[in-house]
Design a protein around this ligand. Structure first.
Ligand code: GTP
Ligand code: ZN
Length: 371
């Protein structure tokens, strides 16, 4: 694919020069497997798709209704086929960052997105614009990097919450402890994390000294997609740059800031690193709450749930009932009060979000009827 075409269709105002530069170097794209296309997606392509000359593509950026995609023809912009996505009485999902879609190439114009392929993993959050419903923010990733910094704001409870969300998403959680250069007791922290995340891989890293970066790069296999989950300032952008070996993301020091003194990330993106590792870094991921996380809670707290199942009564409130296994475990130290409280808190939150989701579905139904 030649650079001319790619240049012409870049939405200039919204893509930072650095990323454009990085992408240009990847302009010779012929193989979508570099972008994570596997047999899982290939198998979904039908005869009908082929008859219509549809080809697979991955969504790498979204600007309102304009999608930036990459296919065997390289990068292009595309729009949804109205009849397939906007027709009344259909409830098809719109593509999100990371999605594989079937497109029709349109020489000299925008490509048309016909349909969405099934996802192997996704993150969603409560829709912030409508105040209701669910919004998918990232899809088809293999690993979820749960990021916590090793300096003052290290927070195990938050990590537990991320873990819950990650299990739920379909990706594999990996804990990344950032800013190791600022911490003297790295091993202590690693042990603390091990206690709440048994069996999960943990990497202490520093984007400043380079500690742990080789290990992380080795760990991500080519063609695999990673999403980052972590609070602002934890070092996500710095890690992307460090892994890429060049400045593909702006970090805090050199950013434009808005009136509240904070950087505002305005678009979502999927970044292809050298050696075909893929990172999804979207603002949506940065405001992720807990949504339908009940199963995830159970995975993260399987030890706690094992205990609750040993209570004498199946509907035990773990309060003052006789034969309460939780009470016993708290007394003999098999369960810490802290972990029990985290569990109860996440349970409550998950239940609340579920109720909210049910309510919003009802509201939508009522609205549709009333229309
Ligand atoms: N000492 C040290 N500082 C780091 C490291 N990684 C990031 N920082 C600093 O931490 C600050 C925030 O880093 P960013 O990479 O912008 O953090 P972010 O998670 O992308 O932040 P948001 O974009 O706000 O979500 C910057 O001042 C970085 O220089 C590290 O490994 N060691
Ligand atoms: Zn009990």
């Amino acid at each position: 694919m030649n650079k001319q075409i790619i240049k012409r269709i870049e939405p200039k105002e919204s893509v930072s020069m650095n990323i454009e530069h990085a992408i240009e170097k990847e302009a010779e794209i012929t193989d979508l497997s570099q972008y994570g296309f596997t047999t899982f997606f290939e198998k979904q392509i039908t005869e009908e798709d082929k008859n219509k000359n549809l080809i697979p593509a991955r969504v790498i950026e979204i600007h309102r209704e304009v999608f930036k995609v990459v296919s065997s023809y390289g990068q292009s912009t595309a729009r949804l086929k109205g009849a397939n996505f906007y027709a009344e009485n259909t409830s098809v999902e719109y593509p999100a960052i990371g999605d594989f879609v079937m497109i029709q190439k349109n020489q000299g114009g925008e490509d048309i997105i016909y349909r969405l392929l099934d996802r192997k993993s996704f993150f969603s959050r409560a829709n912030p614009t409508l105040g209701m419903g669910e919004q998918v923010v990232a899809t088809n990733f293999d690993y979820v990097f749960l990021m916590e910094s090793l300096n003052f704001d290290f927070n195990l409870a938050k990590l537990e919450r991320y873990l819950t969300v990650a299990w739920e998403s379909g990706g594999s959680p990996v804990v990344i402890l950032t800013k190791a250069d600022l911490c003297e007791e790295v091993e202590d922290y690693v042990e603390q994390v091990e206690s709440i995340a048994p069996g999960v891989d943990i990497f202490p890293i520093s984007s400043v000294t380079g500690e742990g970066l080789e290990e992380v790069l080795d760990y991500i296999k080519p063609g695999k997609t990673v999403v980052f989950l972590g609070s602002s300032g934890i070092g996500k952008s710095s890690l992307v740059n460090a892994l890429a070996g060049e400045e593909v993301m702006e970090t805090n020091e050199i950013r434009e800031i808005d009136s509240r003194g904070r950087h505002t990330t305005t678009h979502r993106q999927l970044i292809l690193l050298p050696n075909n590792r893929i990172i999804i870094d979207t603002p949506g991921m940065r405001t992720l709450g807990i949504w339908n996380a009940n199963d995830g809670v159970s995975e993260t707290f399987s030890d706690v749930e094992d205990i609750t199942r040993m209570c004498k009564f199946s509907n035990c409130n773990h309060d003052s009932e006789p034969g309460c296994a939780v009470k016993e475990a708290l007394e003999n130290g098999n369960l810490t009060m802290k972990r029990w409280k985290s569990y109860l808190k996440l349970k409550r939150e998950a239940r609340f979000m579920e109720r909210k989701a049910r309510m919003s579905k009802q509201t939508m139904k009522i609205k549709k009827k009333g229309k």
